[in-house]
Design a protein around this ligand. Structure first.
Ligand SMILES: *[C@@H]1O[C@H](CO)[C@@H](O)[C@H](O)[C@H]1NC(C)=O
Ligand SMILES: *[C@@H]1O[C@H](CO)[C@@H](O)[C@H](O)[C@H]1NC(C)=O
Ligand SMILES: *[C@@H]1O[C@H](CO)[C@@H](O)[C@H](O)[C@H]1NC(C)=O
Length: 188
């Protein structure tokens, strides 16, 4: 099995985390999300623009969303996707030759759902550092499953594609946390 930790991802996130340690906890919750801000978010280099717009465009119609609501929405959306992917993995078991991979992925996706719940709780408590940590955990377990799935025969293409889409969501969440909810807007 591949190592649980994705080194380059962790490295990048360590930088993000550092700025969080320094800057979290003075957020301005009265700030509503504007269409311009959604444009700013979705055109960032680190973010997949088409997925970002697909997720956030409908939001610009709800004037009552602040950035915390937005993060909550994204975490819940991602969680539903994880849950759907897990169900699909379970259904694939009937066709698969490699039940070990299937079992591993089901277990990993259960972990991801647990992390997702914890991240929502941390968000409600305004513990943004913890939110980041849980989302990193979630992303790591999903990528671990994907690494196993790509080696499995027959390849479950739909599932691989799906998990690659799910993995585009954390960078949007990180950007909003870092640039709108943290006190000091570093690297934005
Ligand atoms: C919070 O946001 C409101 C509305 O945009 C703004 O008027 C206020 O100055 C902000 N407060 C801080 C502390 O940034
Ligand atoms: C994620 O969930 C949303 C809403 O439930 C759904 O419309 C979308 O197709 C899902 N995407 C993936 C990649 O599962
Ligand atoms: C299992 O394989 C059959 C035949 O290739 C296919 O029609 C079916 O959709 C597959 N089921 C799942 C859950 O992947």
């Amino acid at each position: 099995m591949v190592p649980y930790v994705k080194k380059n991802f962790i490295l990048v996130l360590t930088i993000v985390l550092f700025s969080f340690v320094v800057s979290s906890s003075y957020a301005n919750f009265s700030m509503m999300v504007t269409k311009d801000e959604i444009d700013t978010i979705c055109t960032k280099e680190s973010i997949d623009s088409s997925i970002c717009y697909e997720l956030l465009k409908p939001i610009s119609k709800f004037a009552t969303f602040d950035f915390s609501d937005l993060v909550k929405f994204l975490i819940k959306y991602q969680s539903r996707n994880v849950s759907d992917a897990m169900n699909q993995i379970k259904l694939s078991a009937g066709n698969a030759t490699d039940l070990q991979t299937i079992d591993l992925c089901v277990e990993l996706y259960e972990d991801a759902l647990h992390d997702s719940d914890l991240s929502l709780k941390a968000l409600a408590d305004k513990k943004y550092f913890d939110v980041i940590n849980k989302i990193i955990g979630l992303d790591t377990v999903i990528s671990t499953c994907t690494d196993e799935l790509v080696q499995m025969k027959p390849r479950l293409e739909v599932l691989i594609k799906r998990s690659n889409v799910i993995r585009k969501i954390p960078s949007i969440i990180f950007y909003i946390l870092q640039c709108y909810l943290a006190k000091e807007k570093t690297k934005c």
